[in-house]
Design a protein around this ligand. Structure first.
Ligand SMILES: [Zn+2]
Ligand SMILES: [Zn+2]
Length: 107
């Protein structure tokens, strides 16, 4: 199921929707458990962090998880990050673009 355009943000923090960087669902600001069996070593973020509140998300590199204070810093980093695949880059662009759009329309 794909619902990127339905993601709801509070500021830059995902409040309801799917976090593509962490590959986890967020409901009312809380990470949701993945649907895999308990004994399966799936390594999902949702299994390790279920029930935790989604952190205030800074501008973070989707590939290496380094955090940056502003979009300009992240953009600069992304030109040199070797871990960043084009697929991850595309997703990060989608998320950041949507967040900016939401901020604009809020005013
Ligand atoms: Zn899982
Ligand atoms: Zn990086």
């Amino acid at each position: 199921m794909t619902r990127l355009s339905d993601n709801e943000y509070r500021g830059v923090t995902l409040y309801n929707g799917y976090d593509y960087e962490k590959q986890v669902w967020v409901l009312n600001g809380v990470y949701q458990r993945c649907g895999h069996p308990e004994d399966m070593n799936c390594g999902c973020y949702g299994k390790a962090h279920a029930g935790e509140r989604a952190e205030q998300k800074k501008y973070s590199c989707a590939a290496c998880n380094e955090n940056f204070e502003g979009y300009e810093d992240l953009a600069t980093h992304r030109t040199v990050c070797d871990k960043l695949s084009s697929e991850v880059l595309k997703r990060a662009d989608d998320i950041i673009g949507y967040t900016k759009h939401m901020k604009k329309s809020a005013n």
